[in-house]
Design a protein around this ligand. Structure first.
Ligand code: NDP
Ligand code: HSE
Length: 413
């Protein structure tokens, strides 16, 4: 028998409890051992819930229980999750987690500690919720050099953008729904400002390229500036707006970013709606593969956490190697060097003068007018570097006829 402790009985932790109890037969078959929840740590009481029998408020009880071999950390945040994880690994207990904030910030240190103690630190649920992506990257694509990885990596923002586009709902209203459904982070700014997707693309890049990618070096923009007017433009252009995280090898290092992006309705990611996520991986041998599923939510995420528990049971006494060199820091290329094409919304009280100014700076661009907004127009730029585009945007802002630059949304190249 392998005893499991769950840290945190919230959305994911309670899901882990349910998956282990509901699928005990399947888990025994797949892992070769009986898996049992011995303890659950939470700050709250859960009167009437069967979990009460195994509930504790004292982490030491878990740490000192020799029957507990694996800990599922589902508290979130950096502390005390970091300290608890270090102490568990040092005691020879494997740790599995859905906590991408912790993996992105301290993953390499924790993986090294796991190796030193002959156990594993696994985090399939930290990216893409219930989508199998970490294991496919490390195992199924082990024969490939990964060239590029990109996708929709946050369920909350994809849910918000979908509802704003399809139902005309307001940002705040849909964010509340996403919180009620258990998709959003404890502080939803992490979702809507793009930080969550940034941590996920950093984790994926580290696994894909084998070196530690510092998430703090990745250019990140969220969806808080996206308005219904932006969505009207996207419809006119036969596009959708999605929050995309992307990363690829370039001559200047790893070129990674997170930002809203206009993608054509023909693009495969345009069919990824609601809480669903999808991730593209381009390998030098396998070509393109794509992974799709629920990007957040109780049971899909818990399923990924429990799959890691099964893996840890299968590898009892060993460390699961995931091919991430924890001692090498990757060079993240300056965003200014990246190629970009964008839609830029420009307010103007003199369209003729403004368009003349724009052609002077940007050359031959496509102009887009919107019937529902007559004090502005948009341009679709040609592809150039981010640095050069930023300079041009700054320049036109001072030119004849050009008013406020209302938004700039990147476009799929
Ligand atoms: P919740 O807030 O629903 O659950 C966290 C639980 O941990 C709460 O019950 C919380 O108690 C408890 N907790 C927090 N601190 C402590 C502590 N010091 N000691 C004991 N218990 C504690 O979060 P989620 O389940 O949504 O998320 C957990 C982790 O999984 C996060 O890292 C999140 O990013 C990640 N994740 C979440 C997904 C989702 O769909 N929700 C999907 C993929 C990953 P209290 O409420 O009293 O603070
Ligand atoms: N808040 C995250 C999301 C949870 O919405 O994608 C899954 O990581």
């Amino acid at each position: 028998m392998t005893g499991v402790a769950i840290l945190g009985f919230g959305t994911v932790g309670s899901g882990v409890y349910d998956v282990i109890n509901t699928n005990s037969g399947v888990l025994e078959l797949k892992s070769g051992d009986k898996i049992e929840v011995k303890k659950v740590l939470d700050l709250r009481d859960f009167p009437g819930n069967p979990v009460e029998k195994v509930l504790t408020k004292d982490f030491e009880e878990i740490l000192n229980d020799p029957d507990i071999g694996i800990i599922a950390e589902a508290m979130g945040g950096v502390e005390p999750a970091f300290t608890f994880t270090k102490r568990a690994l040092a005691m020879g207990k494997s740790v599995v987690t859905s906590n991408k904030e912790l993996v992105a910030k301290h993953g390499p240190e924790l993986m090294k500690l796991a190796r030193t103690n002959g156990v594993s630190y696994l985090f399939e649920a930290s990216v893409g919720g219930g989508i199998p992506i970490i294991r496919p990257l490390c195992v199924s694509l082990a024969a490939d050099e990964i060239l590029e990885i990109s996708g929709i990596l946050n369920g909350t923002t994809n849910y918000i953008l979908t509802k704003m586009t399809e139902e005309g709902k307001s940002f705040d209203e849909v964010l509340k729904d996403a919180q009620q459904l258990g998709y959003a982070e404890a502080n939803p700014a992490a979702d809507v400002e793009g930080h969550d997707a940034c941590r996920k693309i950093a984790i994926l890049s580290s696994l894909a390229f084998g070196e530690t990618v510092n998430y703090e070096h990745i250019y990140t923009e969220g969806i808080t500036k996206i308005t219904h007017i932006d969505i009207e433009y996207s419809k006119k252009l036969n596009c959708l707006i999605k929050l995309i995280g992307s990363s690829k090898k370039s001559k200047n290092g790893i070129s990674a970013k997170v930002s809203p992006c206009l993608i054509s309705k023909e693009h495969p990611l345009s069919a990824v709606n609601g809480v669903y996520n999808a991730i593209f991986v381009k390998g030098n041998m396998s070509g393109n593969t794509m992974y799709y599923g629920s990007g957040a939510g109780k049971l899909p995420t818990a399923s990924a956490v429990v799959a890691d528990i099964v893996d840890a049971v299968r590898h009892k006494g060993l460390t699961v190697n995931i091919g991430w060199d924890c001692d090498v820091q990757a060079c993240v290329a300056d965003i200014k060097e990246a190629d970009v094409k964008a839609m830029i919304r420009i307010a103007s009280d003199n369209f003729e003068a403004a368009k003349k100014s724009i052609i002077e700076v940007f050359g031959d661009v496509q102009f887009v007018d919107l019937d529902v907004q007559d004090d502005e127009f948009a341009i679709i730029t040609n592809e150039e570097t981010e640095g050069s585009m930023a300079e041009k945007v700054e320049k036109i802002a001072t030119m004849s006829g050009v008013g406020e630059i209302r938004n700039l949304i990147r476009m799929e190249a």
